[in-house]
Design a protein around this ligand. Structure first.
Ligand SMILES: Cc1cc2nc3c(=O)[nH]c(=O)nc-3n(C[C@H](O)[C@H](O)[C@H](O)COP(=O)(O)OP(=O)(O)OC[C@H]3O[C@@H](n4cnc5c(N)ncnc54)[C@H](O)[C@@H]3O)c2cc1C
Length: 411
């Protein structure tokens, strides 16, 4: 059986990335393709298995198949885009995928089936080389999942380029003992620099400092401290300037908060469900991702529990699970996503500003002023920010009226 060399090329590309020499990869092949990236070159089925087996033994990585599917070189991506261009629905995309695999990787059998509210894609290989077959099937499944993502095309982004550096310090002997934590917020929109200090185990402090749109905190201690010193108050700088650092500074960069609208997808393959950051990823400074993932898990648990009673009956308990789940989690996402979009306060933030953004901004500015005067309002704002209450709690008449009065008076 002849297979398109491009498919093997994805595995080779990934193995080379992980440091495996090309000579070692290709040494077991009977006929080396002159150009593995050429879209018409084919290879023998046996060579396909030999090379994947060789790479698997070298990398010794059980997630190898998934990683290759995730890695995707430009050629694979090109094939995916070509499939997407030919199809306007997921059903069509799966059909074109099936035809493409039949022609280029006939080793794999693909069976698609559809009914009113579910789509199933079944991939299998009819030989007993189980271990390598699992790797091949996992890779193809990951590629199909990407195809679905591309064709669903529904993603909202708030491009913020948040850079984050974190360091741990031994707590100095003269450290203020009453601190539960220190938060220095940026004075947006002019300045995006902010920081958190929290006590942790072993009598230590963890300090995270961040900035947006290229204003990245440095990774060396001198630069880190200099950055902390420029925050709008020197409280954290004064606390850590003489403290002994523990370990290295860890840096992180996130280009955007992103929300994928799985709820808009009409048909997902049966048994496929996204959760947590895969659905919605937030600017980490708001500290919400884990709470949202946990709330989604609670909803999923409830939905699965309700369906458990259907097991054994003449019906599929997973029927409609994905659409029910994606519909229910929308209210969980509403508050944290609303907070994530507040990053539009920075003029450089990329994406589509909510229609009422300017109005929201003025409301929030007045709310912060009110919070500075009234501890109960500050508490309410904190509860909303930590997802204990919905954002609508800030629009309750007794709060909204006081905010409106402040909006009418200059700061
Ligand atoms: C710097 C930073 C600070 C944060 N601070 C907070 C905070 O204070 N509070 C808060 O609530 N949230 C915070 N978050 C967000 C929080 O970490 C995430 O929202 C949360 O971890 C999402 O959980 P998840 O299970 O969806 O994804 P993850 O925790 O990312 O888990 C996904 C897992 O899948 C694995 N994986 C990925 N690809 C593959 C593959 N192909 N095959 C197999 N495994 C794979 C990954 O290795 C990972 O272990 C922060 C995030 C960052 C980056």
């Amino acid at each position: 059986m002849q297979l398109l060399a491009l498919h093997l090329n994805s595995f080779i590309d990934y193995a080379r990335l992980r440091g495996m020499p090309y000579e070692t990869i290709a040494s077991g092949m009977s006929a080396l393709p002159t150009d593995g990236t050429d879209p018409s070159t084919t290879i023998d089925e046996e060579d396909f298995y030999v090379v994947i087996e060789r790479i698997f033994a070298y990398l010794n990585d059980d997630l190898f198949g998934i990683r290759v599917g995730n890695h995707l070189n430009l050629n694979t991506l090109g094939a995916i885009y070509r499939i997407s261009l030919k199809s306007v629905t997921i059903q069509e995309a799966l059909y074109v995928c099936q035809a493409y695999l039949k022609k280029t990787l006939p080793l794999i059998q693909v069976v698609n089936s559809m009914d009113d509210d579910s789509a199933t894609i079944r991939l299998y290989i009819e030989n007993d080389r189980y271990q390598i077959n699992r790797i091949i099937l996992e890779t193809i499944l990951m590629v199909v999942a990407r195809e679905i993502k591309i064709i669903s095309g529904e993603e909202t982004e708030v491009g913020i380029d948040i850079a984050y550096s974190t360091a741990v310090f031994e707590k100095p002997e003269d450290a203020p003992s009453a601190w539960k934590g220190v938060i220095v917020l940026p004075s947006a929109p002019g300045d995006s620099r902010g920081a958190f200090l929290s006590p942790i185990e072993n009598n230590q402090w963890i300090v995270s400092v961040g900035g947006n749109h290229g204003d990245a905190p440095p990774g060396d201690m001198e630069g880190f401290l200099a950055f902390v010193k420029t925050l709008r108050t020197t409280t954290i700088y004064d606390a850590i300037k003489g403290a002994k650092p523990v370990g290295q500074i860890v840096r992180y960069l996130l280009p955007c908060s992103a929300r994928r609208h799985f709820e808009a997808i009409q048909r997902l393959p049966r048994g496929l469900l996204a959760i947590g950051d895969a659905i919605c990823r937030f600017n980490p400074v708001f500290g919400q991702g884990m709470s949202v993932a946990a709330q989604e898990a609670v909803i999923l648990n409830r939905l699965l529990g309700a369906r458990a009673g259907d097991m054994g009956r003449d019906m599929d308990p997973l029927d409609g699970l994905a659409s029910a789940f994606f519909a229910e989690i929308q209210c969980v996402l509403e508050t944290p996503w609303g907070i994530a979009t507040s990053d539009f306060i920075y003029p450089k933030t990329r994406g589509e500003r909510p229609a009422n953004f300017e109005q929201r901004l003025q409301f929030n500015k007045a709310l912060v002023r009110l919070g500075a005067q009234d501890a109960s309002i500050h508490k309410l704002m904190t509860e909303v920010n930590h997802l204990l209450k919905p954002q609508s709690a800030l629009r309750e008449p007794e709060v909204a009226e006081r905010v409106a009065k402040l909006m009418a008076t200059p700061a």
